[in-house]
Design a protein around this ligand. Sequence first.
Ligand SMILES: [Zn+2]
Length: 180
Amino acid sequence: MSDCCSINPPAALRSVKARIEKLAICPLCGEKGKRVKSITLQSLLKPEALARFDGSVHRFCSNPACDAVYFSGQEAAPFLKSDLTVRVGIKEDTAPRHVCYCFNHTIEEIEEQWRSSGKITVLEDIKTRMKIACWCETKSPQGSCCLATVTKCMQAVIANQSRATNNLLQALSAQPSSDP
Ligand SMILES: [Zn+2]
């Protein structure tokens, strides 16, 4: 009994899967990327960057700390923030940081709404206006609907605010008189 000619499908599948997964990993930070359409790169890359776009499948790196925006997983260098005509809001730490490119909403606006009224209407505004039209594929660096990003951003703003409030309460409760 010999199995010298038999193939090992699980191993073969594993290697294909590993190859596909490797292609989905950002070469700069190692995080998984989400596939974007060519039209997004064609719409948002500066002319000199667009000249080296070969039309191959590219993915968006959503790691806020990573300089890479689009990568192919092939040998070509990734496209960086500086290769785009727009700022990638989630990868910036100064205003204005856009989270919705179709209707011009920023992280600063979300923070301001929460600070001034305790209510955030950005999400509802987007939902209402996108019923008529939106242009995520050509306007947003992620090339897809921004609702998930906006929701995460709102949660972060609310969490930050309650953390700041907790810190303040802790500072207030730490009375000098409580020292032994
Ligand atoms: Zn990255």
